[in-house]
Write a protein of this length. Sequence first.
Length: 131
Amino acid sequence: MANALARVLWVLALVAPSQAMGCEVLEKLPHPGTFKRVCPNFPCPPMYPRTAVRERLEGNVVLRVRVAADGSVLGASILKASAHSVLDEAAVQYVRASHFPVYTPPGSSAPACYLVRVPIAFRFEGSVDKS
């Protein structure tokens, strides 16, 4: 009986990973509400790694971020890597140190965790080499 229950739970985790983790999958970040932002669009671009600046590396990274009910980051993984691992690592470190908007599902009064895709573009417009 315990084996059968374990198999059912395992199949549910494969079929509906967001429900198994207890987090809702969102198409985009929730409205920030009172969330304080340093830049006009969240997420703000991360600091350019010095080695990437020196080598003039650019790229796009897409991350999957699991956000706790309080907006803290529970985990981040790369969905689409750039061509440069230094940019990928900088994106993951930046997102893990970020605080995301709190999400309250429609019809609920309590905040909930969520999964969201976060694209990060490393471009030289707006980045300055201070080395």
